[in-house]
Design a protein around this ligand. Sequence first.
Ligand code: ZN
Length: 319
Amino acid sequence: MTKVLLLFLLLSPYLMSDGHIFVYHRFDDTRYPTTNISTKELRKEFNYLKKNGYQVVPLIDIVKKINKNEEVPSKWVAFSIDDGFKSFYTHGLSVFKEYNYPFTIFIAVKYTEKKYKDYVSWKQLKTIAKYGSVEFHSYGHGHFGQMSEKEIKVDMDKGLSLMKKHLNYEPNLFVYPYGEYDDRVTKIIEPYGFKAVFNQNIGAIHGGTCTDGNDIDRSAVVGSNAHDFKLYLKFQELCGVNFQQPIVYPKDKIVKTVEVTLDDKTIQSADIFISNNGWTKVKVSNGKILWNANKKIKLNRIKIGVKVKSKIKLMVLSK
Ligand SMILES: [Zn+2]
């Protein structure tokens, strides 16, 4: 899907950009190419930011802008690191320190608490916390979409109390495990009162009234893909988009109808993206897209997106 997006965007000559949040998982760990970035590649990305006048800010700074309904400056970039893999401590951290770039690490508490081999220890997290912030990514990294309300609450409470115990910290920020969520999950998480909640949909952060602080996009860059990194920096968030259909992963693997409403009633055409199917031009009438897509999907995790001019909004559906 990245390639399709790439091609499509390279054809759009006037991309501006909003703020951006990137997510990494492992560093210099070639055993897991789909979640790994080499520190060589990371330096390439950081050099690009330096050279082009980007400002790397703590994630909370972007959150503050969003929560005050202020626009996020277009050269702002923030970094997040998910799960708490040890390779961040052994490989990634020194690069962030070298560039003096802030970061936020979101830990799945169980992996640290149970001393899983590939994950950071509480002691290492205390060191990490000197250079960046440590935030919350659940206790057990479960599929919240498939867990009961009680199971989710037990998981959340356990993780939060362990963070309090070991780090004496009450997290402000939360990332859904696997970036998976729906209305039900969102409502269960709401009472925890996080300042912001993040997903893993590729996208940009416009801020103002455009960005929902409980559903903030972050772009993952893996492998040797500084090219994607540069491309994502050009994304602009399409504001006022409501995905109405489909909202759950279609069991029969066919996306039948795509229904999207747009706040801007003057828009007459848009492009819809469905994983495995690329982009299709569709009509918009009175802010409404109703498209009988009937497109077959193959992946267990698909993206559906809408693009108007050079602005994009994507969402993810998982099986
Ligand atoms: Zn994760």
